[in-house]
Ligand binder design. Structure first.
Ligand code: SF4
Length: 221
């Protein structure tokens, strides 16, 4: 091999910090689930994680777990497990690989983080169909398997102009989740706990215009 053709790997400076952030996150989730110190919610990628964190839940994202299955090249071994219980090979591979991993009792977290044996057992499953409808069926399946409640937000689809009716609809669905989730978490909703980054505080550029952030704004006023 000539000198020019050798691949040189250059370490990305942020790698160590990123690894620590991820390890802290997954060990924190594991501690919450195994000690019961903190309630655990599973959440879809588009949220409403803000709401869950504002009630003190530790939040696990099955889509994140499925991405790990893909990145570790295990998804193709696991998807057939979900196909065997009736899930079509044509639907989302995140869904089928994650359910396949559950059926096989497998998680890449166990290899990456010694001491973690499984994904954190949830106390509640919360979805938002904003990104796709599959997530509702994905979480409903886990609800039946694990015997935990499943609830969520059904977002309006194929919307061009966002109207007040759309905003009222989504805001109403978010608000309806609050008392149920407060009961499960044992904590009152504390929007300040959820952090400035996630919530419209009235000064965001889109505030006052027709934006999907407005349901969060409504919760504050
Ligand atoms: S298709 Fe839906 S469930 Fe699958 S990864 Fe995309 S958003 Fe998540």
């Amino acid at each position: 091999m000539t000198e020019e053709s050798k691949t040189r790997r250059k370490k990305i400076q942020a790698t160590d910090l990123m690894n620590k952030i991820m390890a802290d996150y997954f060990y924190g989730l594991n501690e919450a689930a195994t000690t019961g110190k903190q309630k655990v919610a599973w959440c879809t990628s588009v949220g409403p994680a803000e709401l869950l964190r504002a009630m003190g839940f530790a939040v696990h994202f099955p889509e994140n777990h499925a991405a790990m299955l893909g990145a570790t090249r295990l998804a193709t071994d696991l998807i057939p497990e979900a196909n065997a219980v009736g899930y079509s090979p044509d639907i989302c591979s995140y869904l089928t690989s994650d359910i396949g991993a559950y059926l096989k009792g497998f998680t890449p977290l166990a290899k990456a983080y010694p001491g973690i044996d499984s994904v954190p057992k949830p106390d509640v499953l919360v979805y938002n169909t904003n990104q796709c409808r599959d997530v509702q069926d994905w979480f409903a399946w886990y609800s039946r398997q694990l015997g935990v409640p499943c609830m969520g937000i059904t977002s309006p689809k194929n919307v061009n102009e966002v109207t007040d009716s759309h905003i009222e609809d989504v805001a109403g669905q978010i608000q309806a989740l609050i008392p149920v989730l407060e009961q499960i978490s044992g904590n009152r909703l504390d929007l300040a706990r959820s952090g400035k980054r996630w919530l419209c505080r009235g000064s965001a550029p889109n505030c006052g215009r027709r934006s999907w952030r407005r349901p969060w704004h409504r919760l504050r006023h």
